[in-house]
Design a binder for this molecule. Structure first.
Ligand code: C5P
Length: 308
């Protein structure tokens, strides 16, 4: 299975709900930075749904943050499916990771979405899309989007998805940090900074920019309520954002709970040579900060979890 990373085009965060989660309006946009998830029947067969989890594809520091036990969201996806359907046999799950780990791009959630679909196929459960989406939502706020992909608005705690019209194609650059940020810590910092958060609302200017495929307007409408909290925990991210903006990015923001920073470079309607030149300048400026572990370019939007 191939499954994409996401960037949030708008992340509006409301007050903390009674269940501990925050009410969100979360505009997800899937980008062409993929994890590959392989699920195979384990041999010899044992009595648990999961026998082994392995991971490759990232720097040692990133891989060190991937749990290789049943706390990994991909493993939990397999266990939940087995529990719910009463079917399943032991499997080995391999994660080839290219989405930053603990980076605010929903890498763990993407792996869980892929594991869910792969196990459903391998075990012959044949769950409907609705059932899969329901299980995904129970695993985490961002997992259902891994199944859906493209551009979608999430409400509730982010798990109730509606597709959003976005005919345009956009070029992005992502600056990966050597550090990771825990989503729960960033939401905790948000509560400290914004104890009186209003109810979240979809930004109509963003919706219009997406509907018309206007990259400049999209760049102006990008927003993330968690950004001040991520910057408060990792102040050096401000320099990364400033460097990309000064080098010509038409939009810049922290992705989700961070610390990955996302830079909008241009849209499909623009002169391709101009966009490529802008991209090269932004990439060079980001490397020059000396603060990025990796700088990668990607396109959006792209489909959700796909069988290879
Ligand atoms: O749902 P998920 O497991 O991705 O959430 C990780 C953490 O992020 C939660 O434990 C919670 O602290 C925080 N969160 C939140 N409100 C949301 C989504 C996540 O407070 N809507």
């Amino acid at each position: 299975m191939r499954v994409p990373a996401k960037v949030n085009l708008q992340l509006a965060v409301g007050p903390r709900r009674e269940d501990g989660f925050h009410a969100l309006v979360n505009v997800f946009h899937a980008v062409s930075l993929f994890d590959e998830v392989t699920v195979k029947a384990a041999s010899p067969r044992q009595s648990h749904a999961l026998t082994a989890l392995t991971a490759t594809g990232q720097s040692e520091s990133h891989l060190a943050r991937v749990p290789l036990d049943e706390t990994n969201l991909a493993a939990r996806a397999a266990l939940l499916l087995a529990e719910e359907t009463g079917s399943g046999f032991p499997v080995d799950i391999h994660l080839d990771k290219h989405i930053p780990v603990a980076g605010g791009m929903a890498g763990g959630s993407a792996d869980a979405a892929a594991a869910l679909v792969a196990c459903d196929r391998l075990w012959g459960c044949g769950l409907s899309r609705e059932r899969l989406l329901d299980l995904a939502a129970r695993l985490g706020s961002d997992v259902a989007f891994g199944l859906v992909g493209d551009t979608a608005v999430g409400t509730g705690r982010g798990e109730l998805l509606d597709p959003m019209a976005s005919p345009g194609r956009y070029r992005w650059v992502f600056a990966l940090s050597t550090r990771g940020l825990s989503t729960a810590d960033v939401f905790g910092e948000y509560d400290r900074l914004r104890p009186d958060a209003p109810d979240p609302r979809l930004d109509l200017a963003l919706q219009q920019a997406l509907a018309s495929g206007d990259a400049e307007a999209l760049g102006r409408s990008l927003s993330n309520d968690l950004q001040p909290a991520a910057l408060s925990l990792l102040p050096e991210l401000q320099r990364t954002l400033d460097a990309g903006r000064s080098a010509g990015a038409i939009g810049a923001l922290v992705s989700g709970s961070g610390p990955t920073c996302a830079f909008l470079i241009g849209g499909g309607g623009e002169d391709a040579a101009l966009v490529a030149e802008r991209e090269a300048e932004v990439v060079a400026a980001l490397w020059a900060t000396g603060m990025c572990e990796q700088v990668v370019a990607a396109d959006g939007d792209v489909p959700g979890a796909t069988v290879l």
